[in-house]
Design a protein around this ligand. Sequence first.
Ligand code: NI
Length: 171
Amino acid sequence: MLRQIIQYPDPRLAQKSAPIEQVGEDIRILATDMLDTLKSIGGLGLAASQIGVHKRLVIIDIAQSKEDPDAPQNFLPILNPRITVLDKTPHRENEGCLSVSEFRAEVSRPRLVALDGTDLDGNPVRLEGEGYYGACLQHEIDHLDGVLFIDRISYLKRSLYDKKLGKGKIK
Ligand code: NI
């Protein structure tokens, strides 16, 4: 079932998500719905909090980790993901978000990270991401902590966007 992606400034996007202790039918349905939703919209990843469910589950396109732009998309649900910084050298990428309409901005994050979590069957999953893909991994895990990429940009840029939203230029 397709779910609606909630949009900034919905306060649910700023809420922290809880760890998943057991994978029952509810989590499997949630993962399937998130998968269907992400496929229908297109994107590299989606966090459960973006559909208003505050559990630590993300869907990530793991094909992109191979840095082959022609690789077919391969979406994997990852539970309780956490980020380890492998190289903290700052790196800037132009980010956007399915929950933040009509806005992109450069965000500085550590250049190289690893993401560790488990799949739906409890098998460990480890992804490494550098540059753009590394930024995507960090961006998704940020969602589980109630953080959006616009929380990581300058006050000036952020207030310009908030002003634009306030004026109703974006539906
Ligand atoms: Ni996002």
